[in-house]
Design a protein around this ligand. Structure first.
Ligand code: NAD
Length: 474
């Protein structure tokens, strides 16, 4: 595999004059270098995006749609190489890496079905009043390390369709696949329309603070989201923030335990628990608590953890050392407080950043592992007796990203779901997202949304035109 990577600035390859190392989390060892974008290189990327903005905004929407289709095709055609590279830097199993890339292609292709609306508020003899949505300008798209390609396309697809130009920045620990995607897309768009820059921790604040950026579309932690919002203030940049979550899964007493156990397991542990909308607190009714606990453990014993590049691996490592230390600290806190473990909690004997599947048995509601976002393969199982109690506990969080309710009685589950303070609620499934539906967080899980027409319009600014029909003096 070619392990040379370039940034894409103004449609050209930019190797960068500084580099930083990228680590494979399954081994803990560096295996490639990525460009560490300097201030001058970032200025060049932003300037290129600004130069390209008027032309792209004036390009007919049908041509922009066709461009999205071409980008989707490029991802699909190169999925094999991108999948292998993504597993090397991110750690996820090949099948999940493939889904990340093909999910990005799907997002690009489906976004072409959206339209930018016009609203006529007056159409009289005297006046025509129309509100249109113009592209907001140059977008900084900032992506975390858990789904590098899918989450990048959540931003790239609607921004391009809306007529914006972009400076895209992957996370410092997963830059490579995104850089390769930039190389693949380079000749499919006019120069400067999509710039891809990679860098160490210094780059994010430079980008969000840059005067040449009109809007920041950010996905990452709530803590960083606050900093992004602050850095947008001086020039009143528009922001969309997709932030952290602490999703409750609520399991009602009428479920078929054997049937739901496998789905609930993956709701919590897919991608080694590193999903913003993973089930991070599992509230189980006392009537089914013990059998479900046993079924989860039985299923967990069949799951293979290892290097994502190995055949049969279902759960990979935690993606980077900082997150690995954070997850270990939460486990240590649970141990120090004497909370009972159903399974796991011991160190892994694998190299790299592996944390064995860990399940806690009804820790107290104020435990850190219940209150904080673990973002790793550790799950607290929590017992409840009444719907009132579980709704109150689920909602008693600063987060409000997603939630799920599991029951044989769909109406009852829906009624309960409507009481949950979350941007997305799933009934008898979880983590399903659609490019045609709005996705966003309540409370400190975010601001604005992605997906659907709501998400598309986040890349626009409204302009109302009042046209007086009667000539003046008449
Ligand atoms: P993070 O906030 O540390 O980093 C996210 C991105 O922001 C990275 O590209 C990083 O380089 C950049 N960044 C860091 N500091 C910055 C700053 N001061 N200014 C500008 N950019 C900066 O998040 P992470 O650890 O990479 O990702 C995990 C978090 O992301 C979790 O909290 C997870 O729930 C959340 N997440 C949310 C969604 C969603 O759609 N709501 C999706 C995936 C992940």
């Amino acid at each position: 595999m070619n392990l040379d990577f370039t940034m894409t600035i103004d449609g050209r390859a930019e190797p960068g004059c500084e580099q930083f190392a990228v680590v494979n989390p399954a081994s803990g060892e560096a295996f490639a270098q990525a460009p560490d974008c300097t201030r001058e290189e970032l200025d060049a990327a932003v300037a290129a995006a600004r130069r390209a903005a008027p032309g792209w905004a004036a390009t007919p929407i049908e041509e922009r749609r066709a461009a999205l289709g071409a980008l989707a095709g490029a991802l699909a055609q190169n999925v094999d190489e991108l999948m292998r590279l993504l597993t090397m830097e991110q750690g996820k199993p090949h099948a999940d890496a493939q889904a990340d890339v093909l999910g990005g292609a799907h997002w690009l292709a489906e976004t072409t079905k959206l339209d930018i609306p016009e609203h006529v508020s007056e159409d009289s003899e005297e006046r025509l009043a129309v509100t249109r949505h113009l592209p907001v300008g140059v977008v900084a798209a900032i992506v975390p390390w858990n789904f590098p390609i899918l989450l990048a396309m959540f931003k790239v697809a609607p921004a391009l369709l809306a007529g914006c130009t972009i400076v895209l920045k992957p996370a410092p620990t997963t830059p490579l696949t995104t850089l390769r995607v930039g190389e693949l897309f380079r000749d499919l768009l006019p120069p400067g329309v999509l710039n891809v820059v990679s860098g160490s921790d210094r780059l994010g604040p430079w980008l969000t603070g840059h005067d040449g950026i009109d809007k920041v579309s950010f996905t990452g932690s709530t803590e960083t989201g606050r900093k992004v919002m602050a850095s947008a203030a001086p020039t009143l940049k528009r922001v969309t923030l997709e932030l952290g979550g602490n999703d409750a899964a609520i399991v009602l007493p009428d479920v078929d335990v054997e049937a739901v156990a496998e789905q609930l397991f993956w709701a919590a542990f897919r991608n080694a628990g590193q999903i913003c909308i993973a089930s991070k607190r599992m509230y189980v009714h006392e009537d089914v608590y013990e059998p479900l606990k046993a079924a989860l453990v039985e299923y967990a014993k069949t799951v293979k953890m290892g290097d994502g590049a190995e055949q049969g691996t279902q759960v990979g490592p935690v993606q980077n050392e900082a997150q690995y230390q954070r997850v270990l600290a939460l486990i240590e806190d649970a141990r120090a407080n004497g909370y009972p473990f159903v399974m796991g909690g011991e160190p892994s004997d694998l190299p790299g950043y592996f944390v064995p599947i860990t399940i806690l048995d009804n820790p107290p509601e104020d435990a850190r592992i219940v209150q904080e976002e673990q973002f790793g393969p550790v799950l607290p199982l929590l017992r409840f007796a009444s719907e009132e109690d579980v709704v109150a506990r689920a909602n008693a969080s600063d987060y409000g990203l997603g939630a799920s309710v599991w029951s044989a009685d769909v109406e009852r589950a829906e009624a309960l779901g409507r009481r949950l303070q979350a941007g997305t609620v799933w009934i008898n499934e979880t983590q399903h997202l659609s490019p045609l539906a709005s996705f966003g967080g309540h409370k400190q899980s975010g601001l604005g949304s992605e997906g659907g027409q709501d998400g598309l319009l986040e890349f626009t600014v409204p302009q109302t035109m009042f046209v007086r029909r009667r000539p003046l003096g008449v």
